[in-house]
Design a binder for this molecule. Structure first.
Ligand code: PGA
Length: 247
């Protein structure tokens, strides 16, 4: 069985001071947890201080986005080397908010993953269908396109997939555990066909994960962890999600 990964996506929330306050109380709450991998993705401005505070705790820090060029005249962008320099071990790529508000296509996502992997960053690739697509029974077709486009010409080492149905993000509507398991099983099969060496790839569920629904989601055999937005902003709530994820 794969060790669960519980990841916090703070999105555009928390100052450096708030990041410090969160981490100071959170590490106390999870100090005895060894059977769950934990990762926190703060905004860029908090990465360095988060990484310093989490040093030697085993809790990893991730960027929420990265650019696909290595350096140069790309005002406002952050390179993989800069994320590493700030103390990141990984980066979230292709989140639905990036796809929706910043026009990120599967081609862009693919370029970003390539540059991130080339520089040694692990990647959490986000995929997921909209409500409209689900209602039109297009979920698997959408996922096929996202997976094929985003992973084109890539090996799967260092890659985690986060299945985040867009209709469940920040809405309080979680996919039912059975819905999540069905899609995760589909993604697992897709990965197996793509590359027989895919068994170590974790598939996380994301979308309105809370301390209350973590246990049933994590009990699904094809769910290997969670990517948590809103419920990761308070240390006690995120710590509860971590402890509820233990098998
Ligand atoms: P949510 O966000 O937990 O607030 O739904 C999840 C995500 O967008 O990664």
């Amino acid at each position: 069985m794969l060790k669960p990964l519980i990841a916090a996506n703070w999105k555009m929330n928390k100052s450096i001071r708030e990041t410090g306050e969160f981490i100071t109380s959170f590490i106390r709450m999870v100090k005895d947890v060894t059977d769950v991998d934990i990762l926190i993705a703060p905004p860029f401005t908090s990465l360095h201080s988060a990484a310093q505070l989490l040093n030697k705790t085993g809790i990893k820090v991730a960027g929420q986005n990265v650019y696909y060029e290595e350096k140069g005249a790309f005002t406002g962008e952050i390179s993989p080397a800069m994320l590493l320099d700030a103390g990141c071990a990984s980066v979230i790529i292709g989140h639905s908010e990036r796809r929706q508000y910043f026009s990120e296509t599967n081609e862009i996502v693919n370029k970003k993953i390539k540059t991130a992997r080339k520089n040694g960053l692990d990647v959490i690739l986000c995929i997921g269908e909209s409500l409209d697509e689900r209602e039109k029974n297009e979920t698997f077709e959408v996922l096929d396109k996202q997976l094929a486009g985003s992973l084109k010409d890539l090996q799967l080492d260092g890659i985690t997939i986060a299945y985040e149905p867009i209709w469940a993000i920040g809405t309080g509507k979680t996919a039912s555990p059975e819905q999540a398991n069905e899609v995760h099983t589909y993604i697992r099969e897709w990965l197996r066909k793509y590359n027989p060496d895919s068994e170590r790839v974790r598939i996380l569920y994301g979308g309105s994960v809370t301390p209350e629904n973590t246990r049933t989601l994590m009990a699904q055999p094809a769910v290997n962890g969670a990517l948590v937005g809103g419920a990761s902003l308070k240390p006690d709530s995120f710590a509860k999600i971590v402890t509820e994820s233990k098998s």
